[in-house]
Structure formats: structure tokens, C-alpha cells
Design a protein around this ligand. Structure first.
Ligand code: DOR
Ligand code: ZN
Length: 349
């Protein structure tokens, strides 16, 4: 049995860190494990230009000691008003990796998202030409479509036609949750990639209702049936370089989660690598973890792999019940994934 695992430092290719006190609270957790992270732009107001993204990047760096070495990469929020100039500017910054497409209304802070994707074809054409990646929240927003089917319908109605129309556009289908998502990526060429979160690898949809409603297991896209979870595990451990790590760690205060209309989002940055290690070990595939966590995403984005290493040890850790957010007038906290439970791996610090 492997008790110690040393791998190339991983990257988190899908991460929410928010701003101000919340950012100061959560960013050190990610920087303690990952070399880089792709920071999502769904702030209010959203991050819609390169200038704003670079300013936001500075804010992220200010949450860390100068010696941290953490390299935040930025995604810009695509809107109906995104212009050709915005793409050109983004393509010139080494810190900006792409544009995030949120179908309007699909999830947290997506009100400024895209209402008609086909109107943006000239933008997508230019992105393809300039090598700017499109990161996609792949769910249709039609209220008539069942919430558990929204990813599959998006792939069929939007993603497939878009890839056929502009095959040179590099697209990451973020946080895939279904067999259809895994199959679409497996059957596509190297211009299509996908991130997979820890929660979608660990849980099926029963978890949302285990013993009563569990708001801290609610995220979007929502957890799916067991057969989908299994398909995602197969994709993650299968060795196909199109699948890579993206936690979608999305902090919300306890109050906003435990509410009559609770927010979507699961915070996992406190033990992200331990969650993935647990999943890979359960699937008897620890030898596949490094490619998924540390090589494949960098390869997709055309970036070098990290020089540092990290070590994971088979040592129990008890996940805290809550993580306090410092500096607020009224104290608030985050409830981390697996709060109060024991996890059997720990990153060596
Ligand atoms: O669960 C989610 N939370 N899904 C998203 O797409 C957004 C995220 C957030 O920002 O909280
Ligand atoms: Zn996200």
C-alpha cells in the first residue's frame, strides 16, 4: 500500500475566490497546494476586461506573502457586449487564459451572462484565431428542461454545433457532471477539454438529501445519478489528457447556504488534493493522479508543468466544522466540504 505520494505540484483550472475578506480567507488554502489556478470572473460586477482582470489578479496576489510563488491565471466574463477589442487585449496578456461563458441565469452571478450564443460567433472565431480558450458553464437555462438534464441538453444543442462550426476554438467544458459530458470530451479532438470537481467524483445526487436537505452539497451543475459519478471517475483515471483538475471551489457564507433560497457552491480548497487522492485511491488508480492533477491542464493550456513537487501522506485529518472569515464586522464562516469528517490523506506542509 502506498503511504506517501510525491507528485509535480498540481494546478486548479477552475476556482472561485471572490474578493476582500472572503478572498483573504480562501486564497491561502489554494496557494498551499497548487502552483496556479484559473480564477473565475463572476464577481459583482463581473470581470469583463483584461484591465479589470489584471487588477483582480493583483488583489489575489496581495492575499499572499510575496514569497508564495502562486501564479493566478485569469478568465474574463463573456457578455453580450464583449467586443473584438476585448479578445485582442486578452490574447496579449500572459495572465489571461480565456473567456468564461455563463449562459445568462445559469448559476451564481450569471445575470450578465450570454443570452444568445450564436450572436457571439465573430468573437469565437477571433478567439480561435488568437488561441484564446473558451471556458464553458455547460447548462441550458430553459426552465422547461429538467435541472438534471441541463448539461446533456447543452452539449447536444449548443456545444456540439459550436465545435462543428469552429473546430479550432479550444473549449473547456467546465465541471462536467454526466456520462454524456465525459463521452462528448472523450470522443472529441484535442481542442475539447473538461475539468472535474472533487464533489462530482465523490458523491451522487442522493447526497443532497441524505437524512434531510444538505445545503452544503448543493452546487451547479447539480450532483447526478451514480452512473454519472462512475463515468466521471472512469474519465478522470482513464489517462485521456483532455480531462483535468478543476475544483470549482466556490465559497459562500454559512448564512447564504443555510437559507430559504440557498446559494449554489461547495468550498473544497481546504483539502482539495486530499479529496482527489481519496477518489483515485478508491478507484485503485493513484498512479494516474499526477497526470490528471499536474500535467493534463497545463498541456491543454500550452503551459509548462510546475517545477515544484508536493507530497501527500496517508495521515488522517479531521476537517473543521467551519472556517471563520476574519475582518468582518459581523463574524461569518464557511462550511467546508466534509466538515467534521475524517479524511485519510494529508498534504505534507
Ligand atoms: O455551484 C456553483 N457555484 N456553480 C457555479 O457555476 C458558480 C459557483 C459560484 O460562483 O458560487
Ligand atoms: Zn465555477
Amino acid at each position: 500500500m502506498t503511504d506517501t505520494l510525491t507528485i509535480t505540484q498540481p494546478d486548479d483550472w477552475h476556482l472561485h475566490v471572490r474578493s476582500s475578506e472572503m478572498a483573504q480567507c480562501v486564497i491561502p488554502y489554494t496557494a498551499a497546494q497548487f502552483g496556479r489556478a484559473l480564477i473565475m470572473p463572476n464577481l459583482t460586477p463581473p470581470v469583463t476586461t483584461t484591465a479589470r482582470a489584471l487588477q483582480y489578479r493583483e488583489e489575489v496576489l496581495e492575499c499572499l506573502p510575496e514569497t508564495s510563488g502562486f501564479d493566478p491565471k485569469m478568465a474574463i466574463y463573456l457578455t453580450d457586449r464583449t467586443r473584438v477589442e476585448d479578445v485582442l487585449e486578452a490574447s496579449q496578456s500572459e495572465h489571461v487564459l480565456g473567456f468564461k461563458l455563463y449562459p445568462a441565469g445559469a448559476t451564481t452571478n450569471s445575470d450578465s451572462g450570454v443570452t444568445k450564443i450564436t450572436h457571439l460567433m465573430p468573437i469565437f472565431e477571433l478567439m480561435a484565431e488568437k488561441g484564446v480558450v473558451l471556458q464553458v458553464h455547460g447548462e441550458v437555462t430553459d426552465p422547461h428542461v429538467d435541472v438534471f438534464d441541463r448539461e446533456a441538453v447543452f452539449i447536444e444543442q449548443v456545444l456540439h454545433p459550436l465545435h462543428n462550426e469552429i473546430p479550432d476554438l479550444k473549449i473547456v467544458l467546465e465541471h462536467i457532471t454526466t456520462q454524456q459530458g465525459a463521452e462528448f470530451v472523450s470522443q472529441s479532438d484535442q481542442n475539447i477539454g473538461a475539468t472535474i470537481t472533487p464533489q462530482h467524483l465523490m458523491y451522487n445526487r442522493n447526497e443532497i438529501f441524505r437524512g434531510g436537505i444538505q445545503p452544503h452539497k448543493y452546487c451547479l451543475p447539480i450532483l447526478k445519478r451514480e452512473k454519472h459519478r462512475q463515468a466521471l471517475v472512469e474519465a478522470a483515471i482513464g489517462g485521456n489528457p483532455s480531462f483535468f483538475l478543476g475544483t470549482d471551489s466556490a465559497p459562500h457564507t454559512r448564512q447564504s447556504k443555510e437559507s430559504a433560497c440557498g446559494c449554489a457552491g461547495i468550498f473544497s480548497a481546504h483539502a482539495a488534493m486530499e479529496f482527489y487522492t481519496h477518489v483515485f485511491e478508491s478507484a485503485d488508480a493513484l498512479d494516474k493522479l499526477e497526470a490528471f492533477a499536474s500535467h493534463n491542464g497545463a498541456g491543454f493550456y500550452g503551459l509548462p508543468i510546475n517545477k515544484n513537487k508536493i507530497t501527500l501522506k496517508r495521515t488522517d485529518q479531521i476537517i473543521p466544522n467551519q472556517i471563520g472569515i476574519k475582518g468582518l464586522q459581523v463574524p461569518q464562516e464557511i462550511v467546508p466540504l466534509m466538515a467534521g469528517e475524517v479524511l485519510n490523506w494529508s498534504v505534507v506542509r
